[in-house]
Ligand binder design. Structure first.
Ligand code: ADP
Ligand code: MG
Length: 384
């Protein structure tokens, strides 16, 4: 969908911002460009919609060389979220969102209707926020409006330059989650710039790690974290990449241990005898449907009249499919040696630190085997 062929950008003062860059983004793919400040990320983005023109090389969007396309027509097909959000201060949120449709000649009513739809999509109630002005919004809300505005004309391609940069870490995570949910429905082809490897890993189907003016590695998040292509990438990704990998690896049913289980309506003494035979010190308590009710210790069980009433509430739980990082966080938060994993309210098993480690290994091994690298012209990248 977007293809860079040996693209170089030299600014008039002689700075080579981008140097023989070759890579490709498939339709519906979200690629993050990550690297330190000044390495050429913004320049790369701005060349896609011709706000900056390459010195040499070619950029194709949907098979068309962009230099042969009228820039205005090109930009209609490319949504752009700029680094500093850039909302018009004297226009309402609704009018800001409707900017592009209005520019390209939609009727006012249709443009506003579309804007309201999009505000809704990015989690802002149009009735509440539509009439407000940008200064009446929080930083996170302004960034949502920036995203809504970029999507307004329903472009197949979206360029986002540090779209979640100006907010605190908690709001940023929230915006990232919302964006991922949204991307799952709208499936745009997205180039997203960030200087934060954590964000790159969380959002990207693939990550392009930038060095000075060039891509040092172009791979899945798992592969970049698990097998950095060079000492530079390893350094950028950081020594704590095992920790970062926790956030991209999901809990699978196969990762779980099956602790002893007691039914709520089971006589305590009988359950206790069973636990003792298994040398278990505690058990998970389930109701008749297999839903998690709590947990109970062996000693308590011996004398229990009513196991259901006796059971302790289980606060340490996560849904199946959650990232390992979440399970680890819950473990620490509740000082628990394990966390229950649920599918809805149904109990599936528990995750222990040992199993967590195993799951992490599984993810490293899977990436080491199944990474596709042949879509990228690495020779031209590294010969540059
Ligand atoms: P990033 O977005 O990764 O921080 P940029 O693409 O903005 O990097 O910049 C890449 C390099 O090009 C930097 O060295 C920057 O100083 C330089 N640069 C950017 N814009 C211009 C310009 N208009 N004129 C000269 N040099 C520029
Ligand atoms: Mg930049």
């Amino acid at each position: 969908m977007i293809r860079f062929e040996q693209v170089t950008k030299r600014y008039p003062d002689g700075t080579t911002a981008v140097d023989h860059l070759s890579f490709e983004v498939a339709e519906g793919e979200l690629v993050t460009l990550v690297g330190p400040s000044g390495c050429g990320k913004t320049t790369t983005m701005m060349m896609v919609n011709r706000l900056i023109e390459p010195t040499s090389g070619r950029i194709l969007v949907n098979g068309e060389d962009i230099m042969t396309v009228d820039p205005v027509r090109l930009r209609r097909r490319i949504g752009y979220v700029i680094q500093q959000v850039g909302l018009f201060p004297h226009r309402t949120v609704l009018d800001n969102t409707a900017t592009v449709p209005a520019l390209i000649g939609w009727k006012r009513a249709r443009a506003r209707e579309r804007a309201a739809e999009l505000l809704d999509l990015v989690g802002l109630d149009p009735a509440t926020y539509g009439p407000r002005y940008p200064h009446q919004l929080s930083g996170g809300q302004r960034q949502r409006v920036g995203v809504a505005r970029a999507l307004a004309a329903d472009p197949p391609v979206l360029l986002m330059d540090e779209p979640f940069g100006a907010v605190d870490p908690v709001v940023r995570e929230q915006l990232q989650d919302e964006f991922l949910r949204m991307q799952a429905t709208v499936r745009k082809t997205v180039l997203l710039v960030t200087h934060d490897i954590e964000e790159a890993v969380r959002l990207g189907d693939r990550i392009a790690v930038y060095g000075r003016g060039r891509i040092e590695q172009y791979d899945t998040p798992g592969a970049v974290l698990g097998r950095p292509a060079s000492p530079y990438v390893a350094g950028f990704v950081g020594a704590d990449r095992g920790l970062k990998r926790l956030s991209v690896t999901e809990i699978e049913p196969g990762d779980l241990e099956q602790p002893p289980v007691v039914r709520m309506d089971e006589p305590g003494a009988r359950a206790a005898a069973r636990l003792r035979a298994d040398r278990a010190r505690w058990a998970v308590v389930l109701d008749a449907d297999g839903d998690l009710h709590g947990w109970v210790g062996l000693e308590e069980l011996e004398t229990a009249e009513d196991v259901g009433a006796l059971a302790h509430r289980m606060n340490a739980w996560v849904p199946v499919g959650a990232p390992l990082k979440q399970a680890f966080g819950v473990m620490l938060q509740h000082d628990a040696g394990w966390v229950a994993v649920l599918d809805g309210s149904r109990f599936l098993g528990v995750l222990t630190p040992a199993k967590l480690h195993e799951a992490l290994r599984r993810s490293v091994d899977a990436d080491a085997q199944g990474v596709e690298r042949d879509e990228v012209d690495f020779d031209s990248v590294s010969d540059a």
